[in-house]
Design a protein around this ligand. Sequence first.
Ligand code: 3H9
Length: 701
Amino acid sequence: MAQYTRVSGSVGLITLQNPPVNALSAAVRLGIGEAVQRALGDQEVQSVVICGQNGLFCGGADIREFGKEMTGPPLVPMIHAIEAATKPVVAAIEGSALGGGLELALGCHYRISHCKARLGLPEVTLGLLPAAGGTQRLPRLIGVPAALNLITTGHHVTAAEALQLGIVDQVTEHNAVDVAVKFALSVTGKPLHDRRVSSLECPAAPDLDSLFEEAMLKVRVACVQAVRAAATLPYARGMEREKALMATLFGSGQARALQYFFFAQRAVGRWSTPGGARWDTSQPRPVRTAAVIGLGTMGRGITVALAQAGLSVVAVETQAKQLTEARKAVAGMLKRAAVRRGTTPEPGSITYSDQLQAAARADLVIEAVFEDMEVKETLFRQLSAVCRPDALLCTNTSSLDVDHLASQTRHPHLVLGMHFFAPAQAMKLLEVVYGARSSPTAVATAMQLGKTMGKVSVAVGNCRGFAGNRMLKRYLEQAFFLLEEGATPEGVDRALEEFGFAMGVFRMSDLSGLDVGWRVRKAEGLAQSGLTGPSARVRQGRRYSPLGDLLCEHQRFGQKSGRGWYQYEPDPWLHRFLEEYRARHGLLPRRIDQQEVLERCLFVLINEGFQILEDRIVAGPEDIDAIYVLGYGWPRHRGGPMFYAHMVGLERVAQRLEHYHQAHPEVPYLQPCGLLRRLVASGSPPIHRWRRAIAGPHSQL
Ligand code: 3H9
């Protein structure tokens, strides 16, 4: 909808009304078109201002309409009509002008922006391009290099940057609508021919060809082609090109995955637990002071993330040397972040101590000490004695039992996992792990704190490895089995990297350090040295690969020791080692193609994802996808493992798993889990219907 009023005697004010972001839905497009006609036909009106209600100009096209049949008037002719108007039209930009919202503003003759507004063309992040004239008008307005940069990265700019670039005409600290109305009165009757961006010549840039060639190498080809059309063709032909390119993108799998992920990231905020706690019925408690216990790599990152979120932080480390080093490291991280943002580091929000007692007054405590149950048990008992009785006690464990830690305290309902990902100050993902006794308020508080830190928080039930690491275990296991059967680390990594992972599984393990998993496997009784014969490759009655353990026994811990799955200097050791290992265990190497690598590694991970859904560890597939894209490097343009399964087809995933299970009956996780089989039997419903299908006693399966 769009509301039309007349203000200050002669200004027609059009207000976009579609909460929460005034997206350009069919009704809004219709409303704007009608309001523009009214304003232009109103004899009393000399100029027009377009704004959005509730301090937000417009978040762009309504993404929920994509993929559905188009209804309502199209955007492009509507923007043309605004630009062609003979009365000046001024955009009053507050909050955001993104995508189609900015394209609408570019169709106006003037743009006034509030100083806190952000502007951008983020379509590329949804697998699209700005197809309401954005690729044609922006280069004409600000030149090809700057426009190419904004369109191909999707980056938002601040109002000050937009002014500098020439996107907006004026920036104000006051109410942008009031300023725009005054401005509209001042430009009444002025000629408009040089204010219509589509009629401007694209500013000349030196060596345009090499600029486009270079951009082609780095970015989305369609965006570059569309901007090239702006630089080389008349406006009308450029618009045809923009439309044709958009049509090729619109139905692509990438665009569908990126749009799905846009909503998935937001859906995880509407969390629920099997116990009935929900985001909309649970009130978070305010957290003003947080304590971090243990200032190793994770503790330091968490301290920085909390301080940057404006909390007062008490950072506790009992080892003097570590405390001194941490203090320096944290100050360095804050300084670097401030330089990046062009601000000065916030002073005085962190106090350091070598005494646990310093955490006594904190609203919430996050422990990030060594990953060892005994150490953590003792700490939780001490915290329970030292801290306020209403303090939330959180553990940053990546795998240990949250319920067990809760049982060490006086108030188990206030104990939770807050599983950060390294580097904690930068990674977007936070797993909030609730135990059997965690209260809804505790969950809501940790979820809210994650949001305050700029993270996407996902509520996850307590189980070994929670959601992310539990799935990762199956993926790693298959990668090891593939090596046993004849694959090489290079071959497996190549397949995964071509799929879209920034790093294959072995390169990733080398980076994070092989000794970490080895320590965990030793504690679980899985890593045992000196075993020979068939028992060397079996644990707890199932196939087990000791390859990771053997590498550690050879002091190959990954990049930190100069060697892991890869040698960082010429060294044929690993291939010889694998050959000897296969010969010792009577394994005949075979050629393993990329398809098998992907299916074995990814489908087993997806299968575990279905099991996690069935176990009600998370509430829906979006939770798993958010975890995998934001925490485990799953390529965003593939939407996440569960969305990928939906795209591939559940029947195919189940069939291929069955096929591999028959070939490897000693690997039970290759057998399609119950939920996957039931979904296939019920006709493979689309992903947005899985939640309903899983939902307990009312299950439709
Ligand atoms: C486009 O414009 C194509 C054009 O070139 C035209 C081609 C012909 N549509 O993020 P939030 C929902 S493509 C529908 O939490 P914030 C969102 O799902 C579009 N819904 O708020 C959430 O719903 P829920 C290019 C949208 O204040 C709620 O609004 N534009 C849209 O943190 C609140 O969202 C973009 O890519 C939308 N366009 O941030 C901009 N946008 O409450 C996408 C949001 O049910 N939007 N929703 O979970 C954003 O970046 C942020 O939402 C914004 C506000 C910065 C605007």
